[in-house]
Design a protein around this ligand. Structure first.
Ligand code: KIV
Length: 266
């Protein structure tokens, strides 16, 4: 360990038939623990607005916040590819502004790539970024930054017309130069079709088993929130229970005077 994986190496996984594992992270300890595993990629997602800041959507997340958290994650790791999410409003105003913001992210954090939500509409930005040497991941299906347009976080592209648009968008993004594509909350068979139609890897979240890789939000898979019961999240730990139990035991020990003990005192 110790040599950071590159986006190019990650892309080669597809032809080798090796699946990409990815998680989100936003802070030093999580990033450091992930770095001690063989995780391929960390996304500093704008999900941080919901799972780190406790907001109800990802809309309020700012470019400065993404830069702040991405810098921490980059500096806490040596191995995985680090991707920073471009937050809502940071890439829609104009291609120039989007490129300027992406440059800021790369220069100020040292991350390897950025990610943008959207289809055809982001093609000019992707083209410009790819031509300028900025690796870009696309993100189709459930795009949480469009919550005000769609009104829910339900399954996307369930109907044929939406599926056709998604398949076209995937090909357009590949042509524009994305290095990989996140597919969120779409039917597994559609994700399979898209994955097979592309040379670039797809990374799924709630998109079934046929993607070239999988990503989960770290706090969901670690079981921080008892209210998170999405079908696509497998809980690998119950950190809510573990933390609550530890805190309750600490309170008990403080109240009954057994903490600190003689050995824990000077
Ligand atoms: O912001 C995020 O964490 C994401 C993942 C859910 C893919 O976009």
């Amino acid at each position: 360990m110790g040599k950071r994986l590159s986006v190019i190496e990650l892309q080669k996984y597809k032809s080798k038939g090796k699946r990409i594992s990815a998680l989100t992270a936003y802070d030093y300890y999580s990033a450091k623990i992930i770095d001690s595993t063989c995780m391929d990629m960390i996304l500093v997602g704008d999900s941080l607005g919901m799972v780190f800041q406790g907001k109800s959507t990802t809309i309020p997340v700012t470019l400065d916040q993404i830069i702040y958290h991405t810098k921490i994650v980059v500096e806490s790791t040596q191995n995985p590819v680090i991707v920073a999410d471009m937050p809502f409003g940071s890439f829609q105003i104009s291609t120039e502004k989007a490129v300027e913001n992406a440059f800021r992210i790369l220069k100020e954090t040292g991350c390897n790539a950025v990610k943008l939500e959207g289809g055809k509409i982001i093609v000019p930005v992707v083209e410009q970024l790819a031509a300028s040497g900025v690796p870009v991941f696309g993100h189709l299906g459930l795009t949480p930054q469009s919550i005000n347009k769609f009104g829910s976080y339900k399954l996307r592209a369930k109907h044929a017309d939406e599926a056709v648009i998604l398949k076209k968008d995937a090909l357009l993004l590949q042509k524009a130069g994305v290095c990989g594509l996140i597919l969120e909350k779409i039917p597994a068979e559609l994700a399979k079709e898209v994955t097979e139609s592309l040379e670039i890897p797809t990374i799924g979240i709630g998109a079934g088993p046929y993607c070239d890789g999988q990503i989960l939000v770290i706090t969901d898979m670690l079981g921080f929130d008892l209210d998170v019961n999405f079908r696509f999240v497998r809980k690998y730990a119950d950190l809510n229970g573990i933390i609550k139990n530890a805190v309750e035991n600490y309170i008990k020990d403080v109240e009954n005077g057994s903490f600190p003990s003689k050995e824990e005192s000077y």
